[in-house]
Ligand binder design. Structure first.
Ligand code: ATP
Ligand code: MG
Length: 287
């Protein structure tokens, strides 16, 4: 493998595929003419992409076939590969839970003693049962785990849950969350110095993109007498920028705010005398 190119494994098709590519694009990495060949070189960065199934990513990265990979934490734990998790990426979020038929009473995980549990993730489940001192039979199934209690194959399931609607439509209830997972950038533990530098540059860009994701740039006008009250409502990156307007006694305030409490804050700003509020998206925040 070329020592001066970082090889990144990403999911070929599936829930993480588009979002992984999108993140790279926002980080300014151009991947033109790609038609999902196995290996594609970026146009403007020493990076090549390897498109594979998500299950194979941890092994490829551990063994150095790829240097880094974008994959769900759940897959890393299930495959048991030894990797460095360089960054959590904030997408592909899900949890892994145990569910039982709705009609069952369930007080604790101990209730599963001696029972049968179906899953696609036997390793994570086995570890969890062991930690809780529960002996149960793990029934490995490669898909449609949620139907197994209904056909009396198992007493419970352990599976990925995002909204929970699949469980409900199969007459199941979620009783225990075992793991929370999201997509991460995972790296081989023995990267060369040159590859570490490439990884650091990508990490720097990804962090700038992700930091901007939840934020907006806000501009507003306010009478000078309200300035103190308004600036207190706007923390900004350091502190808000305040500039005089041509109109005597008025100022313009510019700053960055978080999307989370956005509407609440807007209400307070209006009450404090803010006018002409403009809100703009931010592409990147360099910290
Ligand atoms: P592949 O063909 O690459 O093996 P897959 O079918 O195993 O794909 P996907 O369904 O595309 O995998 O899911 C990829 C990852 O997305 C999961 O391992 C998990 O980390 C994450 N994920 C997030 N939400 C969900 C969900 N609701 N169901 C399944 N996976 C989810
Ligand atoms: Mg898979």
């Amino acid at each position: 493998m070329n020592q001066n190119i970082l090889r990144l494994a990403i999911q070929r098709k599936g829930r993480l595929a588009e979002k992984s590519l999108d993140l790279l694009k926002k980080a300014g990495i151009r991947i033109d003419n790609y038609s999902r060949q196995l290996l594609v070189k970026a146009q403007n960065f020493d990076l090549e992409l390897l498109f594979i199934r998500d299950d194979d990513i941890p092994e490829y990265v551990q063994d150095g076939v790829a240097d880094v990979g974008i994959v769900g934490e759940n897959i890393i734990y299930e495959t048991g590969k030894r990797l460095n998790i360089a960054e959590k990426l904030g997408f592909g979020k899900c949890r892994m839970s145990i569910a039982v038929p709705k009609s069952e009473t369930f007080n604790s995980i101990k209730d599963l003693e001696g029972r049968k549990i179906a899953t696609t993730y036997p390793k994570i489940l086995k570890k969890y049962l062991k930690e809780n001192g529960v002996n149960a039979t793990i029934h490995y199934i490669s898909g449609s785990v949620e139907i197994t209690p209904n056909i009396n194959l198992t007493d419970a399931i352990f599976d990925i849950v995002s909204t929970g609607s699949t469980l409900i439509s199969n007459g199941l209830k979620e009783v225990e969350t075992v793991l929370e997972s999201e997509a991460v950038l995972a790296a081989n533990r023995n990267l060369s110095q040159g590859k570490k530098e490439l990884l650091n540059e990508i990490l720097f860009r990804i962090r700038s993109v992700n930091k901007a994701k939840n934020t907006k740039y806000i501009m507003l006008n306010a009478p000078n007498k309200s300035l103190e009250k308004i600036t207190k409502l706007l923390p900004g990156v350091k502190s808000p920028t305040v500039m005089p307007l041509a109109l005597e006694g008025w100022s313009s305030i510019h700053t960055v705010i978080s999307e989370d409490d956005f509407w609440e804050r807007i209400g307070k700003l209006k009450n404090a005398g803010a006018q002409g509020i403009l809100v703009l998206p931010i592409e990147k925040i360099i910290v």
